[in-house]
Design a protein around this ligand. Structure first.
Ligand SMILES: [Cu+2]
Length: 224
C-alpha cells in the first residue's frame, strides 16, 4: 500500500513539473521588447532590442544614421512618451531612488547605461547587460506603468554627476535620438503558433520521468 501511494505522489510531482516547465517557457518567450529610434525631426535612426538573459536584460542598439560620430550618453527614461519632443520621456528610469552614475557611490539609476560610441561612418553596434531592470512584472519593469523610453544624448555621460542645471544628469546634454520601449508582441505570439521547443522538452521530460517510475515499479514487483 505504501509503495503505491509513493508511486502516485511521484506521478503527480512529474506532472506538476511538466506543467511548470511549459508555463515557464511561455513566460520566457514573452520577455522581449523593442524601441524604434528616431531623431528630433522624426527620421529613423536605428533600433534597440531588449531580451531577458541569465545575467539581466540584454540591450542591443543598432544605429544606422542621424547621430554624430563619437561617444554619447544613453539611458532608459521613466516615461514611454517622446511627443511632442524628447523631454516627454521625463527623467532617468529610477524606481529605487538612487543617484545618477556608475561611478557615483549613491548610484546608479536603474536606467543608467554605458556610453554608446558611434563610428566615423555614423553607425553603431552596441550591446550591454542591465541587471537593475526587468521585462516581466515588477517594480523594476521597463514595460510597466507609463512605460519607458530609450534616449541617446548629444554628449558622453560622465557617469558621476547626479544633476547639472544646464546639461542634466551625467552632463550628457541634449536628447538627439529616442524611441518608446514596447513589448515585442511578435515574440509573445510565437508560443501558441508553434508549441515551441520548451513544450516538446517538457513533454519529453515528463515522459521520461513517468517511464522511469514505471520501470522501477515493475522491477521491484518482479523481484518481490
Ligand atoms: Cu538620458
Amino acid at each position: 500500500m505504501f509503495k503505491r501511494t509513493t508511486m502516485f505522489t511521484m506521478f503527480v510531482a512529474a506532472t506538476l513539473f511538466a506543467v511548470a516547465a511549459v508555463a515557464g517557457s511561455a513566460a520566457a518567450q514573452q520577455s522581449a521588447a523593442t524601441a524604434e529610434l528616431e531623431d528630433t525631426d522624426g527620421n529613423p535612426v536605428g533600433t534597440a532590442t531588449f531580451t531577458e538573459g541569465p545575467e539581466g536584460v540584454v540591450i542591443d542598439v543598432v544605429v544606422e544614421s542621424g547621430v554624430e560620430p563619437g561617444e554619447h550618453g544613453i539611458h532608459i527614461h521613466e516615461t514611454g512618451e517622446i511627443e511632442p519632443d524628447f523631454e516627454a520621456a521625463g527623467d532617468h528610469f529610477n524606481p529605487t531612488d538612487a543617484e545618477h552614475g556608475f561611478d557615483n557611490p549613491e548610484g546608479p539609476h536603474a536606467g543608467d547605461l554605458e556610453n554608446i560610441t558611434v563610428s566615423e561612418d555614423g553607425t553603431a553596434n552596441y550591446q550591454t547587460v542591465n541587471d537593475r531592470i526587468m521585462l516581466g512584472e515588477g517594480e523594476n519593469s521597463i514595460l510597466g506603468g507609463d512605460g519607458t523610453a530609450l534616449v541617446i544624448h548629444d554628449m558622453p555621460d560622465d557617469n558621476v554627476t547626479d544633476d547639472d542645471p544646464e546639461t542634466g544628469p551625467g552632463m550628457s546634454g541634449d536628447r538627439v535620438a529616442a524611441g518608446v520601449i514596447e513589448a515585442d508582441v511578435a515574440a509573445a505570439t510565437e508560443v501558441p503558433d508553434t508549441g515551441g521547443p520548451g513544450l516538446l522538452a517538457a513533454a519529453g521530460l515528463a515522459f521520461l520521468a513517468i517511464g522511469s517510475i514505471l520501470i522501477v515499479f515493475l522491477v521491484r514487483r518482479s523481484a518481490a
